[in-house]
Design a protein around this ligand. Sequence first.
Ligand code: S3P
Length: 175
Amino acid sequence: MSGFDYNIVLIGFMGTGKSTVSEYLSSRFAMRIVEMDQVIAKREKMSIPEIFAAHGEEYFRDLETGLLVEMQSRKNTVISCGGGAALREKNVVQMKKNGKVVLLTASPETVYERVKDCDGRPLLDGRKNVEGILELMEQRRDRYEAAADIVVNTDNKTVTQVCEELVKRLMEMEE
Ligand code: S3P
């Protein structure tokens, strides 16, 4: 297979594996990769926590929206969104213009294990525990699900298993 004539847009809560999955897809299918947080941090010359501290969340969210608009002219690109990008409806409209939206999910316990030793996620400040993660996840669940074309759970799966399932589901969508 030689890639996709659309973009694969990975959404989901922090720690659901978007970056890991995007790297795998990118090398397996020779897709370009856009890690939204990285692009934004590079352009702003600041880390994500610095952007939040200096300009606030709304400013960061506007940068996400602008970047998603730019992505419409791409194809065969895997776009790894920050965990909040799918919460704005206008962002989801942009994602769907030339992309299939894939929601990655994981239990709060799995997310906690994956994020517990990393800094750099301002929205987990003060809630980096299973209960805090569950609470924020529940607040977001409906919006994530409404945005998704397909949903892939990542609990207890290898990245290869997740990607095989994901690609199979995308193929089924096209049939
Ligand atoms: C956020 C998730 C982060 C980053 C920012 C906000 C969120 O990305 O965009 O800290 O609101 O869930 P990851 O999902 O890649 O950690």
